[in-house]
Design a protein around this ligand. Structure first.
Ligand SMILES: Nc1ncnc2c1ncn2[C@@H]1O[C@H](COP(=O)(O)OP(=O)(O)O)[C@@H](O)[C@H]1O
Ligand SMILES: [Mg+2]
Length: 241
């Protein structure tokens, strides 16, 4: 059984049909979602952790079931983390405080245990020495790594990343991608929407190409790059490399 099963997923905003019947099964490991702007990539990620209510179909992530009428958001979000382009860190709290907040509030983790975990996840993203710093004292790449650490602190089964490097300079992009690659080698399941084609090609086991609100093609990354089956993927790939 796959870790994630999406069936007939539909989502509209008013008269705009954004997801028009998404069917997809994903296994553990790293998946990259690519496609033109407006193809529904962000909306799909947001549906996967309950930030958007779905109009039709169903999503199962591990033991969590999402339908138009049913979802247990609290338990879903404990298992499915999301990291956005803007890091959304609280500027008036230290890095450590930013990280311990959700485990203490959402899971009732005792402070000492949450602090131990914060130091552990900070070392996973290479920022142990920044525990006492404030977000404003960090570079964009470091802030994004803290945002990843914050997601890790809840012990998620899956982390979703929506264009997390799009606002960063190339050097800072590299350090964030390196963190994602190292999480991958530790067995973390990650689903990322990205324009970093070289990274996707190297690091993602599975590639999903979204087009006009549907999964147009998906499969092993190397195969899709080598032999796109549709002219839409073919022209998308040639437009960006
Ligand atoms: N909350 C919303 N309300 C209205 N329209 C939205 C909302 N969120 C997304 N959209 C529209 O849905 C379309 C697809 O969005 P999105 O999923 O963000 O695509 P992508 O991430 O592939 O660029 C966009 O044209 C956007 O304007
Ligand atoms: Mg988007």
């Amino acid at each position: 059984m796959s870790l994630i099963e999406i069936k007939g997923l539909k989502k509209s905003f008013g008269a705009l049909d954004i997801l028009r019947g998404v069917d997809l099964q994903l296994d553990a490991g790293m998946t990259a979602i690519i496609g033109r702007s407006g193809s529904g990539k962000s909306t799909l990620l947001r549906c996967l952790n309950g930030l958007e209510r779905i109009d039709a179909g169903s999503i199962r992530i591990d033991r969590h079931q999402i339908t138009p009428t049913q979802s247990d958001l609290k338990s879903l979000r404990a298992d499915v983390g999301i990291v956005f382009q803007g890091y959304n860190l609280f500027p008036h709290m230290t890095v450590e405080k930013n990280i311990t907040l959700a485990p203490m509030l959402v899971k009732g983790t005792p402070r000492a245990q949450a602090q131990d975990k914060a130091l552990h996840v900070l070392s996973q993203v290479g920022l142990l020495e920044k525990a006492r710093a404030y977000p404003g004292q960090l570079s964009g790449g470091q802030q994004q790594r803290v945002a990843i650490a914050r997601a890790l602190a809840l012990n998620p089964k899956v982390i979703l990343f929506d264009e997390v490097t799009s606002a960063l300079d190339p050097e800072l992009t590299g350090e964030v991608l390196k963190v994602m690659e190292s999480l991958s080698s530790e067995g973390m399941t990650q689903i990322l929407v990205t324009h970093e084609m070289n990274f996707a090609r190297r690091a993602a086991r599975t590639l999903v190409f979204m087009h006009q609100g549907k999964v147009w093609e998906h499969g092993p990354t190397a195969e899709l790059f080598a032999r796109p089956q549709t002219k839409e993927l073919d022209s998308f790939l040639s437009s960006i490399v």
